[in-house]
Design a protein around this ligand. Structure first.
Ligand SMILES: [Zn+2]
Ligand SMILES: [Zn+2]
Length: 1022
């Protein structure tokens, strides 16, 4: 029989629908709560396999916890706010600049955003259902709904009341297209190789005819130049070249050499000698004249060390990267000229050093990235234009020393891909300073899976600047702050009802919380003046940060429900959420509720294409969820995603490999079909005494124990691989073979059903459809309503399991010896002899019968032998133990066979079996980890006849299959009349399903020969 995923999945979908299985699960009333919070994906993209991976992991968690008896909160959510949607609407309307939005009307713009934000979630919900995720059966939360935004208002007020929300002016990344500020972590991932100007310019020292040589790639920031910076301890030189006296760092003379310029060194001194030296403004523009009036501008300052990069200790070990926290001087002497142009209004480091020296920080660039009035002849120029015109200006005044272009990695807007600029603007900040200590403490109370994420996150928190939490945009939660036009006092609104009461205008009860509505609302100030709303919306990361309570509309509705669910028990998302969602959740949780919002965080690795490349639309290598699902079905897809790698590692998604998984599931399908054709579940208890039965019972219970542990620790890859390995090898290959002769016995029925009941449950979270189909076929009930399998400790016999492991090894050694000798497995062998220690003798005596069956032997014997040597595997231990290798090698050479285990402790050293080479000293036979085997290949008359019998059975069965007979169909077997065959009658009848044997051929279906024996046969279906 063939397992057909599509048929199974369709059938089970129907069953779930008619029996309302998902409803029974999502509406469970009893049990301890388990709050599984869905991280809202952007709704306006179609799901690809990476999304399905996250969805699958979350669903596995949900199904597992439900089976453990928890009342799981499965609600899905979608992120409907923010720039991605605004950008789509801009494209639709052909909007080029932000002011075009005002032209078409903000209400119309927002109306269109709303249309884009919702509607697409159906595609996601359908996909959830298709892959069998329970979240597909609940109404999702949408971050653009009024109840959600209202919770956001309540949260903003809470944060404000704690003194954590403050306005301020700081330079920050800014997108001149979207005309909004962007936070540091929004910038981290979006860099592009761009061409930029690279100019070397000369600043004249006041009252001297000497010049400072300075390098910049951003000429547009020169109108805001406030200072020049040198390294205090590096050497600088004064040289004469191109008819000018120029100052440059000694190490950077290289630059002049590269230009093949001749120069004469006139003087040499340390950078600190230049401290305080005044220079003439570079550009003749109003702003520079204004700066000239303050005595704190246009002078040389000394560089200070800054934290440039922090490298976490753990990461260093893990990734084996060299390096430490990078403290570097702002002046980097390895490039440029060693003299740096400082514009505190246009750069993060410039801002820091500007604060340090108390420098002015002009930022003469407007929201669209155009230079402002005070830049005189450069006003209204955009960045590119300004770069060019400023270069030309400098060239015409003989201040341009050298000009070229270079490619470098430049941050761009993560949505519209416009290169970002650094400019100063008025913003609202969530102050992190007062929260950091608490956050760092709470991080320790959270379970991080894998563990190293904890340190990554702690590092990030330590280095985070205040959160710039407002965006100058339209589609999102409007900042609920109103400011008096007259006295500038401020009011924060925390609910719609409050706004309705305080509003000067009449408001309906159910108005939309959107910029277009609230911007028309004014409040009366106590001073008699009128208050209007401070423009801006909340950062989308704030929207997702409040999800634990905003998804429920707390505190305006679901108050009891939220209080019973809080805090979130588990979140499972992609690794980029460490600085994204996990962080914004933590900040919101601590600032509003004073505690960590979650108990367990799981992080998923990337999903790459088959070759390990990042999937991207432009490369055309994206595998869409729909595509993958259509091709391989839900169960195979889920199992592939869970078993290929550790969940936190990158996964190379391969449809080809997924198909191998399908073959394995096919084995399970056939195994259950086989069992089903023989047995029905019954309540009869039987006494289990056979070793093979006891072994399987022990194995399955050990497995349940291990898998439960794996599941709790997010080792989904171990859980699935071990379970599948048990099904494919232990159960369907070994056990079925061992019980062939008593397959219809009560004991075997009992063992098989017992084992299947447990193992199918282990698979249920991973392959919900196939598990359901097979389980209901055997036990009628829905597997998803059953509880997680329990461990029957009394059935675990580790000693027996270990003996079986060695038995399997011996059998494998025998089988490879057979291969060497060219004797097929279906031909019985007279005798195998096992050579080893007395302990092996015990094992051979106890489970010899098992080995005989597995290796098709007539007899098995044992001989004690020390004819085996254990040698160090230098290729392995050399790497592991370095200069201790010799010592370890000596210890290994003293080992006895009985000491060999999977993990070995030798003195202070820990070794694995792979670190040893076990060789027999003689050349005969094949070795296993504790000895070796030889075969007696003599074939006497009796064995010859038996081998003939095996060939005959095989031929008849082949014919049965060709004629499409069922396993249970009985036949009448016709054989040519030969005396020797008669002693095998009973055996033969059983093996080929014959009711009776008739001698004399009616219709010959085939002829079998082995050596000098041959016999014709035929059969008829009964
Ligand atoms: Zn942008
Ligand atoms: Zn006022």
């Amino acid at each position: 029989m063939q397992y057909n995923p599509k048929d199974v999945e369709e059938k089970i979908q129907k069953k779930w629908e008619t029996e309302k299985i998902p409803e029974k699960i999502i509406n469970r009333k009893e049990g301890k709560k388990f709050y599984l919070l869905d991280g809202p994906p952007y709704v306006n993209a179609s799901p690809h396999v990476g999304h399905i991976k996250t969805t699958t992991y979350k669903d596995v968690w949900g199904k597992f916890k439900f089976m453990q008896g928890f009342k799981v909160w499965f609600q899905p959510g979608f992120d409907c706010g923010g720039l991605p949607i605004e950008n789509k609407v801009e494209k639709k309307f052909g909007i080029r600049e932000k002011k075009d939005i005002y032209k078409i009307g903000i209400d119309k713009f927002i109306e269109e955003c709303k249309k884009f934000a919702i509607g697409n979630e159906k595609e996601w919900m359908d996909m959830y259902k298709k892959i069998g995720a329970w979240r597909g059966y609940l109404a999702p939360y949408l971050t653009s709904e009024n109840y959600y935004r209202e919770s956001g208002w309540w949260a903003v007020k809470k944060i404000y009341e704690k003194g954590l929300l403050v306005p301020g002016e700081k330079p920050n990344f800014w997108c001149p297209h979207c005309e909004t500020v962007l936070s540091g972590y929004e910038v981290t991932d979006a860099y592009r190789e761009l061409k930029s100007p690279s100019i070397f310019i000369t600043f004249k020292i006041r009252d001297r005819s000497e010049y400072l040589l300075v390098w910049t790639t951003t000429p547009w920031t020169l109108p805001a130049n406030v200072a020049l910076c040198v390294h205090p301890n590096e050497k600088y030189v004064k040289v004469e070249t191109k008819g000018k006296k120029i100052i440059i760092a000694e190490k950077r003379l290289e630059f002049l050499d590269e230009l093949c310029l001749k120069y004469k060194i006139l003087d040499k001194f340390e950078g600190k000698k230049l401290d305080g030296l005044k220079y003439e403004p570079l550009l003749d523009i109003p702003l520079q004249k204004e700066l000239e009036k303050t005595n704190n501008a246009h002078r040389i300052i000394l560089s200070i060390p800054l934290m440039k990069k922090r490298v976490a200790g753990k990461i260093k070990e893990k990734k084996e990267v060299e390096g430490s926290d990078e403290f570097g001087h702002l002046v980097d002497i390895s490039t440029g000229t060693g003299i740096v142009h400082i514009a505190p209004g246009h750069g993060a480091e410039d801002h820091i050093i500007g604060e340090y020296y108390g420098l002015p920080s002009p930022s003469p660039v407007d929201e669209q990235g155009k230079l402002k009035e005070e830049t005189g002849i450069f006003k209204n120029l955009k960045i590119d234009e300004a770069n060019k015109q400023i270069s030309d200006y400098l060239e015409s005044r003989d201040l341009l020393f050298y000009k070229t272009e270079l490619m470098h990695s430049y941050p761009v807007c993560w949505r519209c891909k416009t290169p970002l600029i650094y400019r100063k603007s008025r913003q609202w900040f969530l102050k992190l300073g007062p929260l950091k200590k608490k956050i760092l403490k709470e991080i320790n109370s959270v379970k991080w899976l894998p563990d190293f994420v904890k340190e990554q996150y702690s590092n990030l928190v330590q280095n985070s600047p205040d959160w710039s939490i407002v965006r100058q945009r339209f589609w999102g939660i409007p900042l609920p702050i109103w400011i008096c036009k007259k006295c500038k006092s401020l009011k924060i609104i925390s609910s719609r009802e409050e706004l309705r009461k305080k509003s000067i205008e009449d408001l309906p009860e159910d108005f939309d919380i959107s910029v277009s509505v609230v911007d028309n609302i004014h409040l009366k100030c106590e001073c008699g003046g009128e208050m209007e709303r401070e423009s801006g919306i909340m950062d989308v990361w704030f929207d997702s940060g409040i999800a634990p309570f905003a998804s429920l509309g707390y505190p305006f509705k679901n108050k009891d429900l939220f209080e019973s669910l809080w805090p979130v028990d588990l979140i499972d998302e992609s690794q980029d959420q460490i600085r994204g969602w996990f962080n914004s959740l933590m900040i919101c949780g601590i600032s509003i509720f004073g505690e960590a919002p979650y108990k367990t965080i799981c992080t998923n690795g990337w999903t790459l294409d088959e070759k390990g490349e990042k999937m991207s639309k432009s490369l055309g290598n994206v595998i869409w969820a729909k595509e993958a699902y259509e091709e391989i079905g839900a169960d195979v897809l889920r199992l592939h995603l869970c078993s290929t790698n550790a969940p936190w590692e990158s996964l190379n998604f391969s449809l080809r490999e997924a198909k191998i998984i399908k073959n394995n599931l096919n084995t399970l399908y056939n195994l259950v079909s086989f069992v089903k054709s023989y047995f029905k579940d019954s309540n009869k208890t039987v006494d289990i005494k056979e070793l093979s039965d006891l072994w399987l019972l022990s194995k399955i219970n050990s497995l349940v124990k291990e898998i439960t542990e794996d599941m709790e620790n997010f080792r989904f890859h171990h859980a699935t691989r071990k379970t599948m390995n048990f099904i494919i090898n232990d159960f369907s290959r070994i056990y079925i073979k061992l019980v062939r002769d008593r397959a219809e016995s009560e004991e075997v029925r009992e063992v098989m059903l017992y084992t299947l009941k447990k193992v199918l449950k282990l698979l249920a979270p991973f392959t919900p459809f196939l598990s359901e189909d097979l389980y209901t076929g055997l036990f009628e009930k829905s597997i998803h309503l059953e509880s997680w399998p329990k461990v029957d400790e009394d059935k675990i016999n580790k000693d027996l399991e270990e003996k079986f492991e060695i038995g399997k090894e011996i059998s494998e050694a025998i089988n490879s010896e057979r291969q060497k000798q060219n004797v097929r497995l279906r031909l019985p062998i007279k005798r195998a002899t096992v050579f080893g220690s007395p302990k092996i003798k015990e094992i051979v005596e106890e489970i010899g019968e098992i080995i005989k069956i597995l290796s098709n032997l007539k007899d098995i014997g044992f001989k004690e032998s020390e004819n085996v040597e254990i040698k160090p595997n230098f290729a392995k231990i050399g790497k592991k133990f370095g200069d201790k290798t010799r010592e370890v090698a000596d210890l290994i050479s003293k080992m006895k066979l009985d000491d060999v285990k999977d993990k070995i402790k030798l003195g202070e050293f820990e070794l694995e079996k792979e670190d040893l080479i076990i060789r027999q000293k003689s050349l005969e036979g094949t070795s296993f980890s504790k000895g070796y085997v030889t075969l007696d290949l003599t074939e006497d008359e009796e064995l010859k006849e038996e081998r003939f019998l095996r060939e005959l059975i095989r031929e008849i069965q082949k014919k049965r299959k060709e004629e499409k007979l069922n396993v249970l169909d009985k036949i009448t077997l016709f054989l040519e009349d030969r005396e020797f065959i008669k002693k095998f009658e009973e055996n033969l009848k059983k093996e080929v399903g014959a009711e009776k044997i008739v001698y004399g051929l009616k219709e010959k279906k085939g002829e079998v020969s082995y050596k000098d024996i041959s016999l014709g046969f035929g059969f008829e279906k009964e």
